[in-house]
Write a protein that binds this ligand. Structure first.
Ligand code: KIV
Ligand code: ZN
Length: 386
């Protein structure tokens, strides 16, 4: 049974959430947490989009060792050059090139014919192949593209050197059955399909991003693109925590389906929520405040007798720990402080803990109760000062 690769795009599509703007230090902290979570690929940003994005992708590529780092590029040489400059010092430089294929995008956005779209996609992949060992190509708005044309362009980009083919449901329009059929169609109609890995990338406009991602996996996708807490454009992207926990809980196979360290999920969720300012709804699956809460008498009685009556997932599985609601203030010691840093997913070298602790005590002298936001702010200030 093929392992499913987790491609995290919190720092690219996730950062495209309206109102979210992460600085370099914040992006680095999230990337380090994603590495701890054991994601296979981190999409660190869109290097040609801005100087800030370029520098973040570059720094993340240099820092992260146990996950591959990639960056997005339009099918134009200047974007591919920017991506190379940002990613070349990474462990395994990998580019993600995209071009829209649907009739709506061809006519209104690109103003290109089908032939011109194929030509541009092939030229971009060939250009990227001169430098990048690994090339992923995405057919933007794939799910509203004529299937014969989708199959044709995919065959052409594979011939040009693409090794991962991503089928985005860019506007969150498709249903699980239909999405599965798209993957089946491509498997039967793209002659070189066996040379590549197929990837899924779903948006949640109709609330089906997780179901669609799982349907893609059932029909041959071996890579899933997703974000922590499902943040992303409009209604967001597929939620990583929902997909990986579903693959764990509903796994009929002997081996785990992903490499994800499930115990890091709660920490990753709170970190991303704190840094992006995007509050996780209480009823959100896996990471919402109420995900493991029981209110009705019948349910409480059942759970007290036997947890599995109403709980299919244990909170411990995804890293929720009872930390005794420790409140940090001026009387707190370094043990509690270090525990709090760890619970928040903040990785601090031993030699830096002392400086952070001094900054914490200074603040605690003026402020009665120190919040998680205060601890993160102290951490980020220290990181930026380095
Ligand atoms: O949703 C989308 O189509 C994208 C592509 C750039 C992969 O995010
Ligand atoms: Zn997207």
């Amino acid at each position: 049974m093929a392992k499913i690769k987790i491609f995290d795009t919190t720092l690219r599509d996730g950062e495209q959430s309206p109102g979210v703007n992460l600085n370099l230090a914040e992006k680095l902290v999230i990337a380090e947490q994603l590495e701890k979570l054991n994601v296979d690929i981190i999409e660190a940003g869109f290097p040609a989009a801005s100087k800030g994005d370029f520098v973040s992708v570059q720094q993340i590529a240099k820092t992260i060792k146990n996950s591959s780092v990639t960056g997005l590029a339009r099918a134009v040489t200047s974007d591919i050059d920017a991506a190379w400059d940002a990613l070349k010092d990474g462990a395994e430089p990998r580019i993600h090139v995209f071009l829209a294929t649907s009739p709506i995008h061809r006519e209104y956005k690109l103003k290109l014919s089908k032939e011109q779209v194929v030509e541009r996609a092939v030229a971009a992949v060939k250009y990227a192949a001169k430098r990048f060992p690994v090339i992923q190509w995405s057919a933007e708005d794939a799910c509203r593209t004529e299937l014969p044309f989708l199959a044709e362009i995919i065959e052409e980009v594979i011939q040009a050197g693409a090794r991962i083919i991503n089928i985005p449901d860019t506007v969150g329009y498709i249903t699980p059955n239909e999405y599965g059929e798209v993957f089946q169609y491509l498997k039967n109609n793209v002659p070189s399909i066996d040379k590549v890995s197929l990837s899924t990338h779903c948006h949640d406009d109709l609330g089906m991003a997780t179901a669609n991602s799982l349907a893609a996996i059932e029909n041959g996708a071996t890579q899933v693109e997703c974000t922590i807490n499902g943040i992303g454009e409009r209604a967001g992207n597929a939620s990583m925590e929902e997909i990986v926990v579903a693959l764990h809980i509903r796994n009929d196979h002997y081996q785990e389906r992903t490499r994800i360290n499930l115990k890091e999920i709660s920490r990753s969720s709170s970190l991303v929520s704190e840094l992006t300012g995007m509050v996780v709804p209480g009823n959100k699956a896996i990471v919402g405040r109420n995900a493991f809460a029981h209110e009705s008498g019948i349910h409480q009685d059942g759970v007290l007798k036997e947890k599995t009556t109403y709980e299919i997932i244990s909170p411990e599985l995804v890293g929720y720990v009872n930390n005794n609601n420790m409140v940090l203030g001026k009387h707190s010691g370094s043990h509690a402080f270090k525990t709090k840093l760890k619970d928040l997913g903040l990785q601090v070298k031993d030699e830096d803990v002392k400086d952070l602790f001094i900054a914490f005590k200074d603040l605690a002298d003026h402020k009665k109760e120190i919040s998680d936001e205060d601890i993160i702010a102290i951490f980020l200030e220290n990181k930026l000062a380095k």
